[in-house]
Design a protein around this ligand. Structure first.
Ligand code: HEM
Length: 486
């Protein structure tokens, strides 16, 4: 029941500069981050219009947390998820509340700490192989390089057997087309989205091809159901003991949706986190210098291994701080399922709510010098679960957070151990705002330095990474030094 003393959502102040028909679509498309930050003066919430529809943007950390924690009322939905659903159907990240708990139970074993230790060994090898493939003086297309690294690591952890290079290349190209189309499609009215433009054809082709590749891999796995100790094996074997007959498993269509969800959800987010981390290190040589000292001390001539993770404190803080400054999921949407009250405002069922980690992470009243890269702000402080939300919170919190952190910390260590990174040119690099906060176009120059061991981890691109995907007997061996609370 709603309290009659609450105000209606229509009384929430409207952000300035709304155009008659377009609303705020132009500033949102032209410079979304500047637009979002222009709203930080609103302490609780503000209304934003996109064409004829409007959404309420939550600016307050406690109200944001309330939305995250009450996922029955504030359900996954809204323009971002509608577009993502076009590609991954009702996978774990897009399904609505009534399906979610069962899907989460079926997917959770794939991310159990015992599996993570095995994945960590793959990440260490993949990173060493990537760092070993560069030459002194190379200028890297950093995002592209990190995408191939995380695609390879994700493929190896998900599908263990190395895929043919051509299939991998195709998946990478299709993924790039799909993720870069999401944001534009989200901002485009439905009628225009259906026009048979060249862009739409490319997007449709990429979607169809990627889905067919994943379906092929699943069909092969069904034909040979032995445990490959990878993510797909765990998904195929997962049984929902809380289902009616206690034996419910994922069918082929659900498996394909989940595999695509993990593939798309895990690969790009981790790649751009790494790219931003390398950018921040290149522009903060003092931190880079200290990170190299850490890799020298921790590796001391030995090859990089997930067991080193607890000692990689600075690398871990660099990743935490990178995710604060450049949270890949810079904006998330929710749909209100039934009339509800939030922060003294009545929301009607069907309303759209927008949450923004980027806005909270850069608010001057929540962080000292919020725009400054300062990994040491995390030296004595654990990330606060209301004001630090790169992985969301509550029941829909990222299932791959530890997977991503493990991968990012190990990759950063392997790279900095072997290479000094410097910016190319003297222009500040700006994010390309898409569904994620993309680092597309970022270039950095490499200078080789003496490696203390990470790059020697059988660092040839030809090394079969899948050999090391084994379930570990040491629970928590890959535990990350940074814990992100629920
Ligand atoms: C740095 C890397 C990553 C970031 C920043 C990130 C961020 C997020 C965020 C913010 C959410 C919550 C979205 C919402 O509530 O609307 C989420 C959910 C999710 N993420 Fe990640 N993610 C990352 C890596 C990964 C990886 C590596 C995987 C899988 C291999 C993954 C799979 C998922 C899935 C399946 C969900 C949906 C969970 C659910 O609804 O139960 N993510 N992620």
């Amino acid at each position: 029941m709603t309290d009659t003393s609450t105000a209606s959502a229509g009384s929430v102040p409207l952000a300035p500069r709304a155009w008659p028909l377009l609303g705020h679509a132009l500033p949102l498309l032209r410079d979304p981050l500047a637009f979002i930050m222009s709203l930080s003066g609103y302490r609780e919430m503000v209304r934003v219009r996109l064409g004829p529809s409007s959404a309420v943007m939550i600016c307050d950390p406690d109200l944001t947390r309330q939305v995250f924690l009450n996922d029955r009322t504030f359900d996954k939905g809204g323009p971002i998820y509608d577009r993502i659903r076009e590609v991954i159907g009702d996978g774990l990240s897009t399904c609505a509340y009534p399906l979610h708990r069962r899907q989460r139970r079926l997917c959770q074993p794939s991310f159990h700490p015992t599996r993570l230790a095995g994945y960590g060994a793959v990440f260490a090898r993949a990173a060493a192989a990537k760092a070993g493939s560069w030459r002194d003086g190379d200028v890297l297309d950093v995002t592209q390089e990190m995408m191939t690294l995380t695609t390879r690591a994700t493929m190896e952890t998900m599908f263990s057997g190395a895929l043919p290079a051509e299939t991998m290349q195709r998946c990478l190209a299709d993924t790039a087309v799909i993720v870069s189309a999401f944001f534009r499609r989200m901002m485009t009215p439905a009628l225009l989205r259906r026009l048979p433009t060249r862009q739409k054809r490319r997007y449709d082709d990429a979607r169809t091809r990627l889905a067919a590749t994943i379906a092929e891999i699943i069909a092969e796995r069904r034909a040979d159901p032995t445990d490959h100790a990878d993510l797909l094996s765990t998904l195929v074997a997962a049984v929902d003991e809380e289902s009616e007959d206690g034996r419910r498993q994922l069918n082929d269509a659900e498996l394909a949706d989940e595999a695509l969800t993990f593939f798309l959800g895990g690969m790009e987010t981790t790649a751009i986190t790494l790219a931003w981390a390398l950018h921040l290190l290149a522009t903060n040589p003092d931190v880079q210098h200290r990170l190299k000292a850490e890799t020298d001390r921790v590796l001391a001539g030995k090859k990089l291994d997930p067991a080193h993770l607890p000692s990689l404190g600075l690398a871990s803080r660099v990743v935490t701080e990178t995710l604060r400054l450049y949270p890949p999921a810079w904006m998330m949407t929710r749909v209100v399922r039934e009339d509800a009250e939030l922060g003294g405002v009545r929301f009607k069922g069907g309303s759209t709510i927008v949450l923004s980690p980027y806005l909270l992470h850069r608010r001057a009243d929540l962080y000292d010098e919020p725009d400054r890269f300062d990994p040491d702000r995390w030296l004595d402080a654990q990330p606060d679960r209301a004001t630090y939300i790169p992985f969301g919170a509550g029941a829909r919190k990222c299932i791959g957070d530890q997977f991503a952190l493990t991968e990012a910390i190990l990759a950063l260590t392997a790279i900095v151990d072997r290479w000094a990174l410097t910016p190319v040119g003297d222009q500040p690099f700006q994010p390309k705002v898409e569904t994620s906060l993309s680092s597309r176009g970022l270039r950095l120059r490499l200078t080789e330095r003496r490696s203390s061991g990470a790059g020697d981890a059988e660092g040839s691109a030809a090394a079969p990474l899948s050999a090391s995907v084994q379930p570990s007997t040491q629970p928590g061996a890959a535990a990350c030094p940074v814990k992100h609370g629920k």
